[in-house]
Design a protein. Sequence first.
Lengths: 123, 243
Amino acid sequence: MSKKTLLVVDDSPTALMMNTMLLGRQPYNIVSAKDGQEAVDKAIASPPDLVVMDVMMPRMNGIEACRALRQNESTRLVPVILITTRGEEEYVAQGFAAGCNDYVTKPVNATELVAKVRALLGE
Amino acid sequence: MTPPRSGFVQKLTASAQKHAEELFEQNERLKSLVASLEEKHSLISEELSSLRDERDSLRTERGKLKNVLDEALAQNRRDIERSALVEQQCTSLANLYVATFKLHGSLERQEVLSAISEIVVNLVGCENFGVFERTGPTLKLIGEFPTHPSTIKEISVEKSFVADVCAEGGPWIAGRDAVTGSPVPEDVTAVIPLRLRSELTGAIVLFALLPQKGGSFGDVDIELMDLLTAHAATALYASRPNA
């Protein structure tokens, strides 16, 4: 069985490297992008099995990118997990309104993130 | 000639005798039935006794299996806890590796400050902080999280809360470590001294943590702060020519 592909998106090289390392320990192919626009372009070109994406990013933030993914036929069903600095209800509600499936807060708890990824991939 | 009365008696006697014979036969059948039932009872009693023995044996076996199961469950719990601990240690190591890699990944001042900023925001969980570097007798603010400007711009190396709490050792954490000397501003949650050898070359002052941190630091946060004490100081020092 082929490995599932995760698209990990963050403008912070440190956070991107950290999240890639955390998820790379699992049996997934990791593709990365450094902002929302790049993520949407990569996802449409080759739809991943799941997207893990930061909210605060330049060019196109995570909320806008999530909305764009939902509007495209090839990516509208791809699960999205947003990584948010703010865990308050109002911030989380924006993510769900944009179509995200789940969220985690910073600093990312590896066990929580992996559990959510697995759950959304039906593993 | 026999009188009619005598005939009646004979009839009665014959009938009584027949009845007695029937009763005798019935009695024999009942005796046989009782004997058969007693035999069956005996067999059933034996079977019951055997079943009781088997039940006791099964109960003992069940007890042993329950002990084995309990032990297996306890072992499973220990393995899960150990796995979680290993996972946590891997995450901590990954944190420290990424932090070290990023801190020493550039000699450009802005990139080093970005690395420090990203470590504090993404790995420690604080987006309200200031980075201070020593210039003569003062620690001057050289970097802060852009959305939360620090109210402290300069700190005396000789006489200040940073000088006092960082007199020696590693990071100072509000609520965990004592305050000696100058009072620490209420909004300061931690002070990470930056040292080259034993000399104080700067400090990272953390203010409010992200709400989800619950106002406290975990073990990995303390490890990251220890790492910043040594490695951020070195990285900043190395980037001075490009400041």
